[in-house]
Ligand binder design. Structure first.
Ligand code: KMH
Ligand code: ZN
Length: 271
């Protein structure tokens, strides 16, 4: 099995300091959290940023400032979110791709998202895929529902995305696909040969899905974007604490954890 790639999703767009006071918000806090996660074994940093009021933003300036601060401390794979927050205009979501991060997310379809709708029209998908090709950014296909895999493969047929693709199954979002092992196997079995995949379980689903992924040869994403608890009723102290637990699990289950360079090789990232 490939060494395990751990992604740390540090911030997200929805979680607040009120929900978990340990949530990093400022560029400095986010960079420190990224460094701690990297030290524990995370090789990808999935990045959202916030403005001065703590609100989600796709500001290229704030992304740049945050990435520069991270890179002063360490060199993980930076994966910018193009999902942003529900309702962020597509042009704003696309803008940070100009920073040419190694990776960025691409959600290949529209999905109910709690009481909102996370819109990704067919035209939006083309715009994101074209921009990623233009800037040489490797997409991570965010899959909230099964049809999103078909949509990604349609983009491959149209020459807008290249195989092999890397997918992230985001399971357990209220309004979207549930987070059981049957759902995970269904999605995994839909992927073309040579694909890589990771799993992001929302809330209490984070830990069981991580276990399945470690055993099935997938990869794992954890962090406050997906889950703010360490265990039932106990808030996590840091993103690094959640990463550290995955490293421990991988050790127990005899799966080596990827270094950043190994992760780059697995994901065919050219530097
Ligand atoms: N905040 C969600 C609406 C991504 O990062 O690409 C979208 C999201 C996915 O977080
Ligand atoms: Zn995200």
């Amino acid at each position: 099995m490939q060494p395990l790639i751990i992604t740390a999703a540090l911030v997200g767009a929805e979680v607040t300091k009120e929900q978990n006071p340990n949530l990093p918000i400022t560029p400095e806090e986010i960079a420190q959290s990224a460094y701690e996660c990297y030290q524990k074994g995370a090789s990808i940093i999935h990045l959202h940023v916030r403005d001065k009021e703590g609100k989600p933003t796709q500001s290229v300036e704030i992304f740049k400032e945050t990435i520069d601060l991270i890179k002063k401390k360490c060199d993980p794979i930076i994966q910018i979110s193009t999902g942003g927050a529900v309702g962020t205009p597509v042009e704003e979501r696309i803008a940070p791709l100009a920073l040419r991060p190694e990776m960025a997310t691409l959600t290949t379809g529209t999905v109910n998202f709690g009481n909102d709708v996370f819109m990704n029209t067919p035209q939006d998908l083309v715009a994101f895929a074209r921009a990623m090709k233009e800037y040489g950014v490797k997409p991570e296909i965010e899959v909230f529902e099964g049809g999103m895999i078909n949509n990604a493969l349609t983009l491959v047929k149209r020459g807008l995305l290249d195989l092999p693709l890397h997918f992230d199954f985001v399971l357990g979002v209220p309004g979207a696909l549930t987070a059981g092992i049957e759902e995970l196997l269904f999605l995994k079995n839909m992927l073309p040969q040579g694909s890589t995949w990771t799993v992001a379980g929302i809330g209490r689903h984070e830990l069981p899905l991580a276990n399945y992924a470690i055993l099935l040869g997938g990869h794992v994403r954890v962090g406050f974007e997906d889950n703010i608890y360490y265990e039932k009723g106990v808030l996590a102290k840091s993103n690094a604490q959640l990463v550290e637990r995955i490293v421990t699990l991988a050790k127990i289950l005899s799966r080596p954890v990827a270094t950043v360079e190994e992760a780059r090789q697995i994901l065919n990232l050219r530097r």
